[in-house]
Design a protein. Sequence first.
Length: 248
Amino acid sequence: MSSDIELTANWLRRAKSAVVFTGAGISTESGIPDFRSPGGVWTRHRTVYFDEFCQSAEARHEYWVQKTEAHVEFAAASPNIGHQTIAQWEGQGRIRGVITQNIDGLHQIAGSRDVLQLHGTAREVTCLDCDWRSPVDPLVNQFRETNEVPLCPECGDGRLKHATVSFGQVLPELTLNRAHRWCEEADLIITIGSSLVVYPAAGLPEAGKRNGAKLVIINRDETGLDAIADMLIPGSCGEALSAINAAL
Ligand code: NAD
Ligand code: ZN
């Protein structure tokens, strides 16, 4: 076993307020492509910005076409050894919880309880006009059958949108505040499968490091925070997490 893995396991064993921070890379081993992979749904379509969604019925239809296509990938995916290891660490009291940029809900399905979803969730739909929320499945099915953007059953004609943060939309304030507090109070932050270039999310581990946390980065490629990391573990998220777990 490499000394880097053993040292990381040591830090985790001794940590009092460790936090895990994940990005799309943790879910690629579950079959959901990351942002930059060729062929991912994000590369096949043009981006529908939040203001367009709010203002144009045509943009809302285009958005629902894209999200319905992406839904197939999310619905077929199940958690991998990476998600499961993180859930196990929370159950054992080794970490405080998970901050994630992902919208796939796989951490919760794996058993993680305290999950801060910075970019929301694709497993729910919300009404922009009255805040009504619903699981996504029946509404996606309705859209498939009718090819018409569903309207809010609660307020009558409210605009329904997946409960994710679109480009140009603000992040959920309470979630972001909690995530900031976790990082500022953390003594160890392990980032997993994130390029750490998407802000404000990437600013969280950065702030934690500034406040004295050790920063471990597990990622296949370079990240935006490699220069300030205490430990870089290149390669597969699943393999790295399994190895750290075995060394605990
Ligand atoms: P990103 O695509 O910018 O970065 C993902 C990183 O993971 C890359 O640097 C890549 O090298 C690495 N990676 C991919 N597979 C890996 C593996 N098996 N092992 C180790 N590393 C691996 O993703 P991001 O930084 O999370 O930001 C993209 C944005 O797009 C996010 O804000 C997120 O909301 C959204 N997104 C979400 C999902 C999801 O929910 N699963 C998927 C794609 C994009
Ligand atoms: Zn409504």
